[in-house]
Design a binder for this molecule. Structure first.
Ligand code: GLV
Length: 312
């Protein structure tokens, strides 16, 4: 049987069954396994995860390929220009993971600023001696400024959350337009990157990884942040110079870092594990059952549309 839909992992939710019924010629084979490689030439649709980059070389044998579905909103792991040139459609999952990701960014921010990890560990250790005026003091957020990189849906959803907590918000995004950002109830200023960094006690990243944003938070830019600033990254690891961030954590220049994403996942820089004042999560931004099912639905619908509209 010629395999038409080749996925690297089983997806979640009821929509997958329907797609399998419509296209029984589907197979799951681990990314870059022998079975996957063998099925590539016949495949009309590939489904991959964000941790499974596809190169032009991977796609060269895919002579029948019409669509690539990625179980993510980010598409930085796919060769966009090459796909455009060959007329291969890319289906990703925008919109449905906005709230889940903004919630997780807020979780990281609160866990970091209120020292949740240390408090938890203290209680579990049996060493807690009781309430004390100076026990595990954190940092308040109301009245402070949160700089947000990226004014797309997730950046705006995060802005609404921290506004509700009394923070001031400013945006930067890669188009560098001076236009204010519309949050519905209010509009928010956009600033040049330098100005935003100089004034942000909290910096949260919500922009995609592109040629423009790769390494954007280099040592020089990180140094512009106020002493003790907090950084939250639920976007992509490659936006931040991780070595510089770790160094700034050790010397106290950066007050804390909350991460859900890393430059090399899951083989993260070992120094993160020993870095002070960090909260480290394993890329859970979209990880709610509701969200993953919706992502699945978008993928299945998108793939079905391409395969049926191409008349096959
Ligand atoms: C998560 O990082 C995504 O791109 O969906």
């Amino acid at each position: 049987m010629n395999i038409r839909i080749l996925s690297t992992s089983p997806l979640i939710g009821p929509h997958v069954k329907d797609l399998g019924r419509d296209f029984p010629e589907s197979r799951i084979a681990p990314y870059r396994s022998a079975a996957w490689t063998e099925a590539l030439p016949g495949a009309e649709a590939l489904v991959v995860l964000l941790s499974e980059p596809l190169t032009e070389m991977d796609l060269e044998p895919c002579v029948n390929l019409k669509v690539i579905g990625t179980y993510s909103v980010g598409t930085n792991h796919l060769p966009r220009n090459y796909c455009d040139a060959r007329g291969i459609r890319i289906v990703n999952t925008p919109g449905v993971l906005t709230d889940a990701t903004a919630d997780l960014a807020l979780t990281l921010l609160l866990a970091l600023t209120r020292r949740v990890r240390e408090g938890e560990a203290l209680v579990r250790s049996g060493e807690w001696k009781g309430w004390a005026p100076d026990l595990l003091l954190g940092s308040g957020l109301a009245g402070k400024t949160c700089g947000i990189l990226g004014s797309g849906p997730i950046g705006r959803a995060f802005a609404r959350r921290v506004r509700a907590m009394g923070m001031e918000v400013v945006f930067w995004d890669r188009e560098d337009t001076g236009e204010p950002v519309d949050l519905g109830a209010e509009t928010i200023r956009r600033l040049p990157l330098d100005d935003l960094l100089r004034g942000s006690s909290v910096l949260s990243l919500h922009c995609p990884l592109t040629d423009r944003t790769r390494g954007l938070l280099n040592r020089e830019n990180l140094a512009l942040l106020p002493e003790g600033a907090f950084i939250i990254n639920t976007a992509r690891g490659g936006i931040v110079d991780e070595k510089a961030a770790i160094e700034f954590l050790h010397c106290g220049k950066i007050g804390g870092v909350g991460l859900d994403v890393y430059e090399n996942e899951p083989d993260i820089d070992r120094q993160w594990r020993g870095a002070p004042r960090t909260v480290l999560l394993p890329h859970l931004g979209s990880a709610t059952r509701e969200t993953r099912e919706e992502m699945s639905r978008l993928l299945c619908d998108g793939i079905r549309n391409v395969l049926t509209s191409s008349g096959t």
